[in-house]
Write a new protein. Structure first.
Length: 440
């Protein structure tokens, strides 16, 4: 490059725009051995050239791991890391952005960034007054710690969490997003890392973000809560005690489409741990919005998550299953399971949820109608449950016979070659033998 600063800057910006446009152009830049010259220019005093050179490195690195490796091999990290401590915040932003784009691709590249000493400097950038610098630094830290527990631990050890946590309630929307996302990336790896996030007093502050005006802030907060909730019963209980079950329920009811997915899963993780936590979700009125998601959402992966969560709520005791049966959840799970347009994942999760709930359900008013429309494999589970309940409940048995249930069971038994004879015998021995209604 010519040794004229203004021309160097313009040339670098032009290269950056070309590299940013397509991967092929970025490969061409790498092939022409321009990266080494750009790295050398980072050591110059001109801040405008440093910013432009960082932009080119970022634009090249973003496309693929291979191009990011080429950037690293050119010595870029050794030159970018000192730029994080430049006086000019624009240079620090450009360097942080480039480092984040290198780290985002895989654990090996992120480990190279950590070994290069960038993490402490990125944490220092979080403490600077410039909002955009805080945002980009938080994003870069998120790209580092998302890959593995060891990388997340390096970010925690550098003290990042205590600076990120207050940003949850920051007025700047984009900074809130990045803070919630980075904390979620830390918490997802292990219980210890999740506890490190919780110890920074993110609750109940992160619950407020579920009501934020920005949909991306809401979803990022939901993801953070989900990653904490899945780790241990103690952390799930802490979320519930902070008002988390009610906040998540309200968010699921109000949020559009895919945005509610992390909150649906968070309730599933919470409910899965124990009867008490499952009951807490029921008390928080969680069943109705989950059922609505199962019925009304157009995307099957959201429906599947709702089915999975409902299964975790209902699998504990007959009271839990009863709460679901009363709200007609079983019929809708069956519909998702047998519908031809349902994805394989939705069918599988609906089937598992239905079986788990049926194994505890004693609500005969829900089981009997279900028996008529379920496939044979599910009918077996329904009849198994009926044969456990009806022999000991005279009123329910009488209603079953008077409503035509026993007659239907006998007809059904004939269509499946007598495979359900034992169930009929257990439910009502005398009627099964004499093949007549209406009195037990």
């Amino acid at each position: 490059m010519l040794q004229v600063p203004s021309i160097q800057q313009s040339a670098a910006l032009a290269l950056g725009r070309l590299a940013n446009y397509s991967e092929e152009l970025a490969k061409t830049i790498v092939g022409n051995e321009i990266l080494t010259q750009l790295v050398y220019s980072l050591s110059e005093q001109n801040r405008f050239i440093k910013k432009a050179a960082s932009f080119v490195l970022r634009a090249v690195a973003k496309h693929s791991p291979e191009l990011a490796v080429a950037v690293v091999d050119s010595g870029a990290l050794e030159a970018l890391t000192p730029c994080l401590e430049e006086f000019d915040p624009a240079v620090r932003e450009a360097a942080a952005w480039a480092i984040g784009y290198i780290a985002q691709h895989n654990a090996e590249l992120a480990q190279t960034v950590v070994e290069g000493g960038s993490v402490p400097s990125l944490v220092l950038c979080l403490q600077e007054p410039e909002i955009s610098l805080k945002r980009i630094s938080a994003s870069a830290l998120s790209d580092i710690c998302k890959h593995s527990p060891e990388l997340a631990q390096a970010v925690v050890d550098a003290g990042a969490v205590s600076y990120l946590a207050p940003f949850i309630l920051h007025p700047d929307v984009k900074l809130k997003r990045q803070a919630c996302t980075c904390l979620a990336q830390v918490a997802k790896h292990s219980a210890d890392l999740a506890e490190a996030v919780v110890e920074a007093d993110v609750f109940p502050r992160v619950l407020c973000c579920l009501k934020d005006a920005d949909l991306f802030v809401q979803k990022s907060a939901g993801s953070c809560i989900r990653e904490i909730a899945k780790q241990t019963p103690e952390l799930a209980k802490l979320i519930v005690n902070s008002g988390g079950a009610s906040a998540l329920t309200e968010y699921i009811a109000d949020a559009p489409g895919n945005s509610k997915l992390p909150a649906i899963m968070a309730l599933g993780y919470i409910a899965a741990f124990s009867e008490t936590l499952g009951l807490a979700v029921i008390v928080a009125q969680g069943i109705a919005p989950l059922k609505d998601a199962l019925v009304s959402e157009p995307e099957d992966h959201v429906k599947a998550a709702a089915a999975w969560t409902l299964g975790h709520i209902g699998r504990h005791t007959s009271d839990h299953a009863h709460a679901l049966a009363e709200q007609d959840v079983l019929r809708h799970l069956l519909a998702c399971m047998v519908h031809d347009d349902s994805s394989e994942d939705l069918q599988t999760k609906s089937k598992r949820a239905l079986k788990a709930i049926l194994a505890k359900c004693t609500h005969m008013q829900s089981l009997q109608p279900l028996l008529r429309y379920a496939p044979v494999k599910v009918q077996k589970y329904i009849l198994k449950q009926m044969s456990c309940v009806l022999p000991h409940d005279v009123e329910a048995r009488r209603a079953f016979v008077q409503n035509g249930g026993l007659q239907f069971l006998q007809e059904l038994n004939e269509t499946v070659g007598g495979r359900f004879a034992d169930f009929a015998q257990n439910i009502n021995p005398r009627q099964a033998r004499r093949r007549r209604s209406p009195h037990p």
